[in-house]
Unconditional design. Structure first.
Lengths: 546, 422
């Protein structure tokens, strides 16, 4: 099937998230670029992923890692040219890897020409492209997202002598989506990248597009209206392109962003992520079950996006205060590990480099309903550097080998955009792609194997889920089903061996076939199905009636 | 191992599913379908409010209820306080039920609880009654000392009305305090806490066949802790409503169970208390015990009559229990008119110590000894009520403390009688 013919491709995707800056430097300036990334596409194909989500690569003052865009329709020269991007895109497509880019709708950089014009005078036609006020009293009570750095959602502009609205950093003024010209300009941006060939957009900070007095200025009906308008135009002009929502909200609130399958194709399931960590730490399935019980059904063509870690802090906005305190105590006892309402750490260090727990969490990620996202470097167990500012500790150069600059760049080490991880445990001499390629028991080899298994069975990406309720709460078990394809997943969340009896009466007569070793297990009969699991062990069984 | 023969397969299966826990609260039941739900809810609320991170289990041990007590528990839905935004336990709150036999037995219930606590490696445990109107804070108060600190036994303290708990005030507390040297007010109670270590130690003792353990095992646990050098404490719980009239055992049965158990503890642990002198206060969490005013009970003339009749009718039995001079004094006070009657502390203490010594020597059947104590207790109770009918709470407390000191003063006499051949 040609790539463009599969309009539900995002449901079957395994997405790899990366920043071009971090991945591979082709020209020796210490910063990753599109040519370097293109050179590494074979690696990504070998890993088994079939979509890449690129973090912002546009011209930007880089005061928020590129989410402060100053030009939406070109490539930051540091990372290459638009032609370099096109070459990369074609190379990815030739490997059946799709590319998702960032679209930061909500705000621009204060260096964007639109804002420069808007602040220039109150009469400027661009003035109304942003949200201005003569006082900072409007929209009182709206929460501040970056609590560590911002005191207000209003910032004073000394040039036009008025306040402008910003939900994120004060150097990121919010666009005024009540203005049709802004909506048209954003559609032009989408058309630009769709014409080049990108396969989808991850829309940043979606809930905050529209402001209304007396509301939280989040998830407003008018915001949904903006999304529906963009989706309609996208479907009409570019069928098969995908929209992914970044809406860090409770599932019931995010549900609205799927609309009647007329808003987003996918949305992140933010609350699930911390609860996967919590469940393993607590050794109890309760957090996962509870949040999935609260997760509403979504239209057939839509899909949740699930992840363990990403370029941001492990956000703890969608947990209770008690859960947040627990997460901090469990995973961020050093204050340097915390930022905003979250934890700035990578997967492997959070799991204390325990291979069993890393595998278990990845096993959960790849077997639960939703499209999984793997953050670059987590497939080899890269570490972090909590002493770098902001969230830069999880954005260090990819570790390709144990040689010069970890194989990332030929530049002088001092010139790298970020220091490499160099400690004895997680340093590039120990943790790198080349060394793990040489061992079939490495984390990288294991990750390839588990992705390959997932990709071989569409039930993981499109199947239903039925949770089993064994009395042993340290065990999380569920059956995924798509037509006649059935997979039983059993996870031991505990640090000790567990016995579990599963009620599999509905599958009486089926033979469980362990999916990694393809070994047969005893046929399911009338009695509860007894399994014993080693610490943090998980099984994926294909249930076959033979 | 004791638990090998104690725990059925289904119970074991449930325990396997629970796994290791930090906290265990047990609720022994027998035909308590009407009240058990509120108790379970109080326990669950306490877990949800106070121990959100901890591994917890609620254990129901049932003595063969025929009123669907266990079904009531199993059918209760866990309260989801405030859903995802409220205070709620991070972990599963496990509920386990088992039936240890077809007839209720405090001892068997406790033994089952201890076996479960041992298998689950619970760090802190509590036992509560299904008939007590529990406040969720009580559970935390019983669990915390063993969980957060190193206490092995946690006795409750209640707000009592003035004339509530008189057997404890006039006999059990002062006598156990003098003998074992620790000032634990409520050694006999329906609620108490203990550490997993104490649970294991008690479970391993081969005393489960003894009637005294089977009837009132809580004091035995306390004395085991004291005599093993483990730390004991008291936790203030709050006001405890008295059981409805007629719902508990009568005075004869109560004395048989409590005083019989106490005398049995004297005997079982005699190597540990003989040389112990003086008494020590135990750490108390929350307020010390509290008294609230209460009108004096109606005329207790009947108690006095029963005392007089008992002394006369049981003269032969009393003469085999008491020293002649002691019995003579009792006969003498039994002869005075009610209005002038007074059972002096000195005589009351001496009488009790002689009963304890006779119990040890089994001069007659032990049950007869305990029954013979009943009329004497009625006399002492009458005397106490007469004296304190109008006294203030402070005066009554001071008098009780004086009684405790009298028990301590005469402890050498107990030891003398204890060691005597006759």
């Amino acid at each position: 099937m040609a790539l463009q013919d599969d309009t539900l491709w995002y449901k079957d995707a395994v997405i790899y998230q990366l920043h071009v800056r971090t991945f591979c430097d082709s020209d020796g300036n210490g910063i990753g670029d599109f040519r370097g990334l293109t050179n590494k596409l074979d690696y990504l194909q070998e890993l088994g992923i079939n979509a890449i989500w690129l973090l912002p690569f546009y011209p930007s003052p880089l005061r928020d890692d590129g989410y402060d865009i100053s030009d939406y329709t070109s490539v930051n020269p540091t990372y290459g040219t638009t032609d370099d991007f096109k070459t990369f895109l074609a190379a990815a497509h030739s490997r059946r890897i799709r590319v998702i880019t960032e679209l930061v709708l909500n705000h621009t950089s204060d260096q964007h020409p639109w804002f420069q014009e808007a602040r220039g005078s109150r009469e400027n036609p661009k003035r109304d492209w942003y949200v201005w006020s003569d006082t900072d009293n409007k929209y009182q009570g709206v929460r501040i997202i970056f609590l560590d750095t911002e005191m207000s959602n209003w910032a004073w502009d000394p040039i036009s002598k008025s306040y402008y609205w910003h939900r994120f950093f004060s150097h990121q003024p919010d666009l005024n989506f009540d203005n049709p010209a802004v909506r048209e300009a954003m559609w032009d941006v989408m058309k630009f990248w769709c014409d080049i060939g990108v396969d989808g957009f991850r829309l940043d900070a979606v809930p905050y597009l529209v402001e209304r007095e007396g509301t939280s200025c989040e998830n407003l009906p008018e915001t949904h209206g903006v999304i529906r308008e963009l989706r309609k135009r996208l479907d009409s002009a570019y069928p098969g392109k995908m929209l992914l929502a970044e809406a860090n909200q409770w599932p019931a609130d995010v549900r609205d962003y799927f609309g009647n399958a007329d808003e987003f194709h996918m949305a992140f399931h933010f609350p699930l992520m911390p609860r996967m960590f919590m469940a393993v730490k607590l050794e109890d399935r309760k957090p996962i079950i509870e949040i999935l019980e609260q997760t509403p059904q979504i239209p057939e063509s839509c899909q949740w996006c699930i992840f363990l870690r990403n370029h941001d802090e492990l956000t703890l906005e969608m947990v209770t205060d008690i859960e947040r305190d627990y997460m901090y105590d469990a995973f961020a006892n050093d204050k340097a590990m915390r930022i905003n309402l979250g934890i700035r750490r990578r997967l492997a260090p959070m799991m204390e480099n325990d291979r069993r727990r890393i595998e278990l969490l990845n096993g959960l990620l790849l077997s639960m309903p939703g499209t999984p996202i793997i953050y670059y470097g987590d497939e080899i167990g890269m570490g972090d550097n909590i002493y770098l500012g902001d969230r830069n500790g999880v954005r260090t150069p990819m570790q390709w080998n144990g040689g010069w600059n970890a194989g990332f760049s030929s530049a002088d080490p001092e010139r790298l955009y970020s220091p490499l991880i160099s400690n004895p445990v997680y340093g590039y001499q120990s943790i790198n792609v080349d060394s793990q390629r040489r061992s079939e028991h490495s984390l990288l080899s294991w990750t390839k194997s588990v992705i390959q298994t997932r990709n071989s069975f569409r039930v993981f990406s499109r199947g239903s889920i039925e949770f089993l309720s064994p009395s042993n709460h340290r065990v999380l078990a569920y059956v995924r089903q798509l037509g006649e394809e059935k997979v039983l997943v059993v996870n031991n969340l505990s640090s000790s061996a567990q016995a579990v009896e599963l009620n599999l009466q509905s599958y009486k007569g089926h033979i469980p076939i362990e999916m990694f070793g393809r070994n047969l297990f005893p046929r399911i009969g009338d009695l509860p199905y007894l399994l014993t699991l080693a610490p943090y062990q998980f099984f994926w069984f294909r249930l076959r009636r033979i | 191992m004791a638990e090998d023969i104690l725990l059925g397969d289904d119970f074991l299966r449930q325990l396997m599913s629970v796994g290791e826990v930090d906290l265990l609260v047990a609720i022994p039941t027998y035909n308590n379908a009407g009240t058990v739900a509120q108790a379970i809810q109080a326990i669950e609320d306490s877990y949800q409010q106070n121990f959100v991170r901890d591994r917890v289990v609620i254990l129901n041990v049932d003595g063969g209820s025929t009123d669907h007590t266990t079904e009531t528990i199993l059918n209760m839905n866990g309260r989801k306080a405030g859903a995802h935004r409220g205070i709620t336990s991070l972990r599963t709150v496990h509920r386990v039920t088992t039936q240890y036999g077809r007839n209720p037995s405090q001892g068997m219930a406790l033994r089952t609880v201890l076996a479960a606590a041992d298998l689950l490696r619970a760090r802190s445990c509590a036992i509560v009654s299904p008939t007590t109107i529990l406040d969720s804070s009580w559970i935390a108060s019983l669990l915390r000392p063993a969980y957060r600190q190193d206490f092995a036994f946690v006795a409750p303290l209640y707000t009592r009305t003035k004339f509530q708990g008189l057997l404890a005030r006039n006999l059990l507390y002062p006598m156990s305090r003098a003998v074992f040297g620790l000032r634990i007010r409520e050694m006999y109670s329906d609620e108490w806490g203990f550490s997993g270590r104490l649970a294991t130690q008690c479970l391993d003792q081969n005393l489960w066949g003894d009637e005294a353990v089977r009837a009132r095992p809580e004091a035995w646990m306390a004395v085991t802790a004291i005599c093993s050098g483990m730390k004991c404490c008291q936790s203030f719980l709050g006001p405890k409503a008295p059981p409805p009239a007629g719902s508990g055992p009568d005075i004869v049965e109560t004395i048989r169970q409590t005083v019989g158990n106490l005398f049995w503890c004297f005997e079982t642990f005699q190597d540990h208390w003989m040389d112990r002198t003086g008494t020590e206060a135990v750490p108390t969490f929350g307020s010390d015990h509290e008294l609230t005013p209460e009108d004096a009970p109606a005329s207790q003339e009947k108690s006095f009559e029963l005392f007089r009749t008992g002394v006369k009718q049981l003269d032969d039995i009393l003469s085999s229990i008491l020293r002649p001079d002691t019995l003579s004094l009792i006969r003498k006070i039994a002869g005075v008119e009610a209005g002038k009657f007074r059972f002096e502390s000195e005589l009351w203490v001496r009488t009790l110590y002689e009963f304890a010594a006779s119990y040890r020597r089994t001069v007659i059947a032990r049950d007869h000894i305990l029954q013979a104590l009943v009329p004497l207790y009625r006399g002492q109770l009458y005397s106490f009520l007469q004296e304190h009918r109008a006294s203030s709470l402070e005066e009554m407390e001071a008098d009780s403390e004086a009684l405790c000191l009298e028990f301590e003063r005469q402890k050498p006499y107990l030891i003398e009688r204890w060691k005597a051949k006759n």
